[in-house]
Write a new protein. Structure first.
Ligand code: NAD
Ligand code: UDX
Length: 486
């Protein structure tokens, strides 16, 4: 298997789609097929409206689709044909049973492995692209071996975790900091690592293709996400201290970031981190630590999530206490619902918890996001979360809310000015560039007074807003007298 000519990827999601499109673009001699059980997703990948919003993605897909990049629901056929099978299925947090609320649910992975085993008549490299618990490769190897009817078919399992971030996926894939490939330290393991490395070597400099053993590669991915999230929780915890002391979190972060040992990235204080990965992967890490008896280590990482929850609750409490201890019946504009800019993804977005907190105090919300559709917002706000994650807000209310309550308290606008008109406050939840360019004189004129701005991302010009007449809360910045507790 020296030279791979056919790659199949199971899972046409945020990772599978862009990653395979990039491989197809950079390796014109390789036929890449992305398969998924979800028909509508595959239909969208084959259309002019891709199922995910990602800057630059459409151009890459268009350049290769129908040439060496294909999207199909015929999983069995394309897996059977492939030399290398990437598995990029979802690995969510388990919702019930042993490890519920923490452990990774590997049911999709196992389903994919059973299917691979049943259709394979030739040897294959199986690549873990999904983020999985350490030692998953061992379990998957057993599933593959025991379910493949052909003794001469060999499976070599590699761990090749994906480090792309949403919103910058194409940039990250084009110029990755590193590509990590973990494999068994055997002759066939090393050959498989070399085969996959040669795919990436089409465009990634060799020195950035890192090789490791399987368990190190699996654990590196969980740890990378945990450490990124830990930086955000660290700076967010300091944002609370800044507000209490008159320091400015952006100045503190700048001072820290210029220390070359700390570095400037991932030090933006925010209303909280979101996204499909950070919380899920930390919980998974916590679960693994607990499973091997490392309770102190588990508690350490769990505190990263606790600070994240604290930050979201703190924001809600600031909104409510500033507005004379009640937002009941008041219209509040929510600017941004995606978990970060340049994506339409809302998985674990902090906006959900903030909206829930405000709805619990009977606010009327009007939400605007340039990429998130109304039905998605309604679904997110009425979707139950699992028990451990149901925040107990300061007023004792449990969330989430029924669809009826959401219908009664939430509206969605496709125009930010309409979302703000008549509102008592606006809350910035996502750092979309367009928010900084809004006409705030116009917005101020259309709002009830006093007009509040709660900037959960520190992207607005706060001095200018104050000069217009707004009362401004900027996260981690000195509080103006109006907002200070007496
Ligand atoms: P996703 O939910 O967007 O996509 C997963 C896809 O797999 C879905 O379309 C689903 O229908 C499909 N699928 C599940 N089981 C299948 C099966 N047996 N056969 C065929 N298709 C199947 O998920 P995602 O965001 O792309 O994440 C995938 C993995 O990558 C996860 O483990 C995640 O933790 C990891 N990851 C995600 C990101 C990110 O930014 N989203 C970044 C790095 C790593
Ligand atoms: C993350 C990892 O960055 C990526 O390497 C991994 O492959 C998947 O998980 P993603 O979740 O797509 O990527 O986005 P990321 O840019 O990491 O942001 C995650 C969350 O942290 C967002 O809600 C973002 O707004 C927030 N964030 C990020 C901050 O609050 N402050 C920061 O300084 C950086």
């Amino acid at each position: 298997m020296a030279k791979a000519t056919r790659i199949c990827c199971i899972g046409a999601g945020y990772v599978g789609g862009p990653t395979m499109a990039m491989i197809a673009l950079k390796c014109p001699e390789i036929i890449v097929t992305v398969v998924d059980l979800n028909e509508s997703r595959i239909k969208a990948w084959n259309s002019e409206t891709l199922p995910i919003y990602e800057p630059g993605l459409f151009e890459v897909v268009k350049a290769c689709r129908g040439k060496n990049l294909f999207f199909s629901t015929d999983c069995r056929y394309h897996v059977a044909q492939a030399d290398i099978v990437f598995v990029s299925v979802n690995t969510p947090t388990k919702m019930s049973g042993v490890g519920a609320g923490k452990a990774a649910d590997l049911a999709y992975w196992e389903g994919a492995a059973r299917m691979i085993a049943s259709v394979s008549t030739s040897s294959k490299i199986i690549v873990e692209k999904s983020t999985v618990p350490v030692k998953t490769a061992e379990a998957i190897a057993k599933v593959l071996r025991r379910n493949c009817p052909h003794d001469d078919v060999q499976f070599e399992i590699l761990s090749n975790p994906e480090f792309l971030a949403e919103g910058t996926a194409i940039k990250d894939l084009t110029n990755p900091d590193r590509v990590l490939i973990g494999g068994k330290e055997t002759e066939s393991g090393r050959a498989a690592v070399a085969a996959l490395a040669s795919v990436y070597a089409h465009w990634v400099p060799r020195e950035r293709i890192l090789c490791a053993n399987l368990w190190s590669a699996e654990l590196s991915k969980l740890t990378a996400n945990a450490m990124l999230a830990q930086r955000i929780s660290s700076v967010n915890s300091i944002s609370a201290l800044c507000e209490a002391t008159g320091a400015d979190v952006q100045q503190v972060a700048h001072a820290l970031g210029t220390d070359s040992r700390i570095g400037p990235k991932f030090l933006n204080a925010s209303v909280g981190f979101g996204g499909s990965c950070f919380q899920k992967d930390i919980l998974n890490l916590v679960y693994i630590c607990e499973s091997v008896g490392l309770k102190r280590v588990a508690d350490y990482w769990h505190s990263v999530i606790q600070i994240n929850d604290y930050q979201k609750h703190r924001f809600v409490e600031m909104v409510i206490s500033s507005m004379f201890n009640t937002v009941s019946g008041k219209k509040i504009a929510i600017l941004g619902f995606a978990f970060k800019k340049d994506t339409g993804d809302t998985r674990e977005t902090p906006a959900i918890d903030v909206c829930h907190g405000l709805i619990a105090d009977n606010a009327q919300l009007c939400i605007y996001d340039p990429q998130v559709q109304q039905d998605q917002i309604f679904r997110d706000l009425s979707m139950p979360k699992f028990q451990w994650d149901v925040p107990m807000l300061s007023n004792g209310a449990q969330v989430p809310f029924s669809s009826r309550e959401i219908d009664r308290t939430v509206s969605v606008s496709s125009d930010p000015y309409k979302a703000c008109a008549g509102s008592h406050a606006l809350c910035v939840m996502t750092e979309w560039d367009e928010f900084a360019a809004l006409d705030f004189d116009r917005i101020f004129a259309s709002m009830s007074k006093p007009a509040f701005v709660f900037d959960g991302r520190n992207i607005l010009d706060h001095e200018r807003l104050r000069s217009i007449g707004f009362i401004v809360y900027a996260l981690g910045k000195p509080l103006e007298p109006f907002l200070q507790k007496q």
